[in-house]
Design a protein around this ligand. Structure first.
Ligand SMILES: [Fe+2]
Length: 258
């Protein structure tokens, strides 16, 4: 991917780009040079409290806010920025009003796991099949008491903004984690599911009139449909899960016009 390769296109980065802030910063710089507009939502890997190249170890909300400032330095839109409208013609894709693009940062709260169990019991259940997420060691919720509490706060903040969208508009919702449990297709690690989202968002595609919902957590690129909404999981996965010699072009997924 070279400078100016996609001068008319927008790029969505759906999270888990890099763990070190300096590498994420370099990715923002490169993407911003290649695309007209870049949109980013954080994944769990970016939020891991690993030290940066100078040994500084930011965690939790402070880390998220730092990453947002890195994105903004490159003109990359984040979940903290005003929601842009898709610059294409909504009528061309059978949408009547404007199409609002909403990058979200919602996290997970273990509610995709077995019902009625505490977080500790869910972790023990996942451990039986060696499926406990590294987040348990590396993803700090500070200053919140738990990731579930941070997730609740993020969902509340996000809904407050989504409710204010023009009722005539449709949306493109972007969140690292899938919005619905029935979109989690991970047959090789089924007990990883508690770290994949929250039940709070299961009807957001209907509530907020989503034409498309984009996620990037599962390392399984696929398209699903629910209630007339297209769900695109756009992960590249780890470097071993794709072939760099093919270049990036075959791995892009067209969201709009779609
Ligand atoms: Fe992830």
């Amino acid at each position: 991917m070279n400078m100016g390769d996609y001068p008319d296109d927008w790029l969505i980065l759906a999270g888990d780009i890099a763990e070190r802030p300096q590498l994420l910063d370099a990715a923002f710089e490169r993407a911003a040079a290649c695309f007209k507009q870049v949109i980013w939502v954080p994944g769990n890997h970016e939020l891991w409290s690993v030290p940066d190249d100078n040994g500084v170890r930011l965690a939790g909300e402070a880390r998220y806010q730092h990453l947002v400032s890195l994105a903004r330095n490159h003109g990359v839109l984040t979940p903290e920025d005003p929601y842009p409208c898709w610059p294409g013609d909504p009528a061309a894709i059978n949408v009547s009003g404007p199409l609002v693009i909403a990058p979200l940062f919602l996290l997970y709260d273990y509610s995709f796991g077995p019902q009625g169990l505490s977080r500790e019991e869910i972790i023990a259940w996942a451990r039986e099949e060696k499926s406990v997420a590294a987040d348990e060691m590396l993803l700090s919720p500070e200053p919140y008491a738990s990731l579930a509490q941070w997730c609740e706060q993020r969902c509340r903040l996000s809904e407050n903004r989504l409710r204010k969208i023009d009722p005539k508009a449709s949306t493109v919702l972007i969140n690292h984690f899938p919005l619905r449990q029935d979109l989690v297709h991970i047959p090789r690690v089924p007990r990883f599911i508690p770290w994949c989202g929250t039940q709070v968002t299961k009807d957001w595609h209907v509530k907020y009139k989503a034409s498309v919902v984009v996620s990037g957590h599962l390392h399984v690129r696929r398209t699903d449909w629910r209630d007339g909404t297209r769900f695109e999981e756009v992960s590249l996965g780890y470097p071993a899960q794709w072939t760099p010699s093919h270049g990036i072009a075959p791995y892009f997924r067209e969201i709009l016009p779609g």
